[in-house]
Design a protein around this ligand. Structure first.
Ligand SMILES: NC(=O)c1ccc[n+]([C@@H]2O[C@H](COP(=O)([O-])OP(=O)(O)OC[C@H]3O[C@@H](n4cnc5c(N)ncnc54)[C@H](OP(=O)(O)O)[C@@H]3O)[C@@H](O)[C@H]2O)c1
Length: 283
């Protein structure tokens, strides 16, 4: 039976390429996107390239807890079993922005939004795992997590906003979340994190064009990153490797902070309090 895979930010860059790769391997793909026009264009592109592809569109804006709750409720109705959740969506604004709840946008949407969404989708992942013993959560982190620092005084905004610092904090948080989840998830649900490589996508859109042209020389295609994400989603090769970290462009070291269980758990407990959900105990 085909697997149901939810890809946040599936309308662009790595998310779109992953959605296409997954659909071409026979998965039913749910594009969870904030912009429905872009989502429809993405679905048309996937179906145009892979006739018969099973692609659904759903609306979610990770910068709003209310949106995330509404999305999760709709998803539970439309897709009571979810085999894979790919937490891909991310933004890198050059000027400081805030989520609806007043969190700095990169911490609030790239990390906290994905944190909340993951917990709300757990019942559907558990339902899939009850059937197959194999449900998965995939987190888009980055090699940049190595220079990230978790600083609670910045969660609601930075006095001096440096976009890169906010980004690296959010990507470190994504990886620490995957690592702590590996010690908390029920049997049958695995968690993986990855650095997709330096990928040519819209994420660089706010950089000055000269900087972008230099950076572009070292970037890989979204399709290369997508292949790894589709493998992590579907391949039996990764079973039994929950909590592992991968990359489409090695080498990618994992920082000491990301591996520190006490720091992972501290961030987890803070995030539970910030999102108002019931956290998972350590097993
Ligand atoms: N590209 C790289 O070199 C690289 C390296 C390491 C990690 N990553 C990670 O890979 C992931 C995908 O990035 P990408 O390079 O493919 O960038 P991208 O082309 O800019 O795609 C980002 C996606 O996230 C969506 N998104 C942003 N904010 C959102 C929100 N509040 N709610 C819902 N969706 C939202 C975007 O929607 P819109 O189209 O509506 O903006 C878009 O679909 C990100 O998590 C990024 O941190 C990328």
């Amino acid at each position: 039976m085909s697997k149901t895979v939810v890809v946040t930010g599936g309308n662009s860059g790595i998310g779109l390429a992953s959605a296409h790769e997954l659909a071409s391997r026979g998965a039913k793909v749910v594009l969870a996107c904030r912009n429905q026009t872009k989502a429809e264009a993405a679905r048309d592109e996937i179906v145009g390239r892979t006739p018969g592809a099973d692609v659904d569109i759903m609306s979610v804006d990770l910068s709003s807890f209310e949106h995330i709750h509404r999305f999760a409720a709709d998803l539970a109705q439309q897709h009571p079993k979810v085999d894979v959740l790919v937490n891909n969506a991310g933004a890198v604004p050059q000027k400081q922005q805030y989520t609806e709840e007043g969190f700095e946008l990169q911490f609030g949407a790239n990390y906290l939004g994905a944190f909340l969404l993951t917990h709300l989708v757990l019942p559907q992942l558990e339902a899939a795992a009850a059937d197959t013993g194999d449900a998965r959560i995939i987190h888009l982190s980055s090699i940049a997590h190595n220079v990230g620092r978790i600083d609670p005084s910045t969660f609601r905004g930075r006095k001096r906003y440096i976009s890169f610092n906010a980004y690296t904090q959010s990507k470190l948080a994504n990886l620490m979340f995957s690592n702590t989840l590996a010690r908390r998830l029920p049997d049958g649900i695995s968690t993986y994190a990855l650095h997709p490589g330096g990928v040519d996508s819209e994420i660089w859109r706010e950089l000055p064009s000269l900087v972008y042209r230099v950076i572009k020389l070292g970037l890989i295609s979204p399709e290369k990153a997508a292949k790894l994400i589709a493998d992590l989603s579907l391949s039996s090769e990764y079973l039994g490797k929950s909590g592992s970290f991968h990359t489409a462009q090695p080498p990618t070291p994992v920082s000491r902070t990301a591996r520190d269980e006490a720091k992972q758990d501290d961030l987890y407990n803070r995030s539970v309090a910030l999102t108002g959900i019931e956290g998972l105990p350590i097993r």
